[in-house]
Write a protein that binds this ligand. Structure first.
Ligand SMILES: Cc1cc2nc3c(=O)[nH]c(=O)nc-3n(C[C@H](O)[C@H](O)[C@H](O)COP(=O)(O)OP(=O)(O)OC[C@H]3O[C@@H](n4cnc5c(N)ncnc54)[C@H](O)[C@@H]3O)c2cc1C
Length: 364
């Protein structure tokens, strides 16, 4: 007998949000290799919602996720997961093109100086995207896991999948612990490990590349920063946002190819971040309070991969969420659940065409 209808590999935001959408309809479990869910990319993000981010296909998912994040259903959470701060796409040359439909307006130097006091000469203009907001990532992830369990889903941690075989209509999956589980469908929500997980199940890789990104929390000699807008280089070489009264979160916008791993920041990337930051504002850098790094994993076309594998039809891809897996999670989970269970799409995503997300596009 098959233990489960659907086994989800990976307890990050992708696995948790999908799980919450399907538990109660099918027998399902999440297996997570680490001792707690959210240890990898989900626990290391910059925690913002920015509608323009990731291009027009991803922007549809971000936009469709906003209502859920801002005002979640009563049976999910009793408070918003968003805190609006706005974003400034700053430039020394041309303003960036944002996907159509994203609310934005041009800010000239005088207003820019008021919004980012101490901004250096040369940064003459910006595009203000007022909808940008912080996301309570830990709260969102915990709420998804809570909902998953409340609907009958089970979670196993310290459970690393090491192999799977599809035989007589179901998967037999093996874990490092020696345990085996059988399931009708395997969902690959393994983040940076999506290709190795596929390979361990005898499914050919699809080309998900993990790329390291560094984050630095700096204390600086300037106060009143908590509500600072997200300041983003239009040429993609840094971003920073207010954290505490005198501290910021800063990234050098790095994308360093790496094998899947427990990513850690490198000194050179921290130094690069600070160097770029010092060219933008005149705030003295006092101390690096902390730094971390995580992996953002992309398909070759940088669009997430959602759907059954065309060659191994009981293997479902839920991977390649890049740098937008949190802000797209509510809409993505609904889209993925409808594809997985072959149900009608939820009204919030009814207008989104699933075709661009299909793994078939990457199977030549
Ligand atoms: C520095 C940084 C900043 C970011 N900023 C933002 C942001 O501001 N907004 C935003 O929306 N997104 C952001 N992201 C992206 C976002 O964090 C990711 O898209 C998202 O967390 C991906 O979720 P996931 O569940 O696919 O991956 P993960 O959270 O990595 O989860 C995958 C899980 O699978 C598990 N796993 C792997 N192999 C196995 C196995 N064999 N058996 C069992 N379990 C396994 C892993 O242990 C892991 O916990 C950022 C990412 C980084 C690194």
């Amino acid at each position: 007998m098959t233990d489960l209808d659907v086994l989800i590999i990976g307890g990050g935001i992708a696995g948790a949000s999908l799980g919450a959408e399907i538990a109660g309809k099918v027998r399902t479990a999440i297996v997570e290799a680490e001792s707690h869910c959210g240890y990898h990319s989900t626990g290391r993000s910059a925690a913002f919602w920015l509608e323009s981010y990731g291009g027009p296909i991803v922007a549809q998912l971000s936009a469709a996720s906003h209502a859920f994040l801002d005002s979640p259903p009563a049976n999910f959470a009793d408070r918003t997961f968003l805190r609006r701060r706005g974003a400034l796409h700053v430039t020394q040359s041309d303003l960036p093109d944002l996907p159509g439909g994203v609310e934005a307006r041009v800010v000239e130097r005088t207003e820019l100086e008021a919004l980012v006091p101490g901004i250096r000469a040369g940064w003459d203009r910006a595009l203000l995207e007022p909808g940008c907001a912080d996301i309570d990532v830990a709260g969102l992830h915990a709420a998804y896991l809570r909902r998953f369990k409340a609907l009958g889903g089970t979670i196993r941690t310290d459970a690393r999948l090491i192999g799977g075989r599809f035989e007589d209509g179901s998967w037999l999956l093996r874990f490092e612990t020696g345990e085996t589980i059988s399931a009708g469908i395997v969902v690959n929500a393994a983040g940076a490990w999506a290709d190795p997980v596929a390979k361990s199940c005898g499914v050919s890789r699809i080309g998900i590349s993990p790329k390291r990104r560094t984050m630095v929390q700096l204390r600086v000699g300037r106060s009143g920063l908590r509500d600072l807008p997200q300041v983003i280089d239009a040429n993609e070489s840094f971003y920073f946002k207010g954290e505490g009264d005198r501290s910021i979160w800063l990234s050098p916008h790095d994308e360093i190819e790496t094998d899947p791993c427990d990513a850690a920041p490198e000194e050179i990337d921290i130094a690069t971040a600070i160097d770029r930051f010092e060219r933008v504002v005149d705030w003295p850098v006092e101390v690096v309070e902390r730094s971390w790094a995580g992996l953002r994993s992309f398909a070759p076309d940088r669009v997430p991969v959602y759907g059954f594998d065309p060659i191994s039809p009981a293997f479902f891809w839920c991977a390649g969420q890049g740098g937008f897996g949190i802000q797209t999670a509510p809409a993505a989970a609904r889209l993925v659940a409808s594809l997985l269970l072959r149900e009608d799409r939820h009204e919030s995503i009814a207008q989104i065409d699933p075709a661009p997300f299909s793994p078939s596009r990457l199977r030549g």
